[in-house]
Write a protein of this length. Structure first.
Length: 229
């Protein structure tokens, strides 16, 4: 009996500790709420570090412009622009509208950190992909395709010719050339391919652009397209 009474304070302490650990507000392992990137399943940014500056909900697309407090910014904030849906005139106009309002993130070396544009699209006319690439190049951004996102067809054309581009996690970038299905360029017709070739040459330079174009042509008869990622 004496032994039981001597253990009682320790048992009480263990009980209180267990109750506190079970409380939702106590656990240090509780996940931080985050804003998921459009078209991704789970990838996003902590909500306490990001501010939404503008959104557009179109009939076939959605776009969003946010400001992220990023550790690489010695001054300013990093811009995050997202586009998910069909590449068409309306979505490109929305994207350009967001890009017109970019701010500056300057790192500790005094260099500009590129804003990031996240792309998720598997629909759109191929020639509009050239216009997408021109827009991305004009504003000097990094095109990103991340976890759960797919960038194919017109989107892939724009992605490939951005000043800087990256594929993260299980993101996919696929360029189609099957023009008969209206989801790519008809590589059997030189006139159809000439706009793409010229775009590659302008965006990447003659040597790199020619190599890129020749590499693309090797997938001319592939139903699966060119899986770039």
């Amino acid at each position: 009996m004496k032994r039981l009474f001597s253990l009682w304070p320790q048992l009480m302490l263990l009980g209180l500790t267990a109750c506190a650990a079970g409380s939702p507000g106590f656990s240090p392992l509780a996940p931080t709420p985050h804003q998921v990137v459009l078209g991704s399943n789970t990838f996003g940014f902590p909500q306490n570090q990001i501010t939404v500056l503008g959104t557009t909900q179109g009939q076939t697309f959605e776009s969003r412009h946010s400001s992220l407090r990023h550790a690489s910014c010695a001054s300013g904030t990093m811009d995050i622009v997202e586009l998910s849906g069909t590449i068409d005139r309306a979505s490109l106009q929305s994207l350009q509208s967001h890009l017109n309002n970019l701010s500056q993130c300057v790192n500790h070396q005094g260099q500009r950190v590129l804003p990031q544009v996240y792309l998720n699209s598997n629909a759109g006319k191929p020639l509009l992909g050239i216009e997408l690439g021109q827009i991305l190049g004009r504003y000097g951004v990094e095109a990103v395709v991340t976890e759960g996102q797919v960038c194919s067809g017109a989107c892939a054309v724009g992605f490939m010719t951005a000043r800087q581009h990256s594929v993260k996690a299980n993101g996919r970038v696929v360029l189609y050339f099957n023009g008969s299905k209206n989801n790519g360029f008809d590589c059997a017709r030189s006139n159809d391919m000439m706009p793409l070739k010229n775009h590659f040459l302008v965006a990447a330079g003659r040597t790199a652009g020619t190599a890129l174009y020749n590499q693309a042509l090797t997938y001319c008869n592939s139903d699966r397209g060119w899986e770039i990622s």
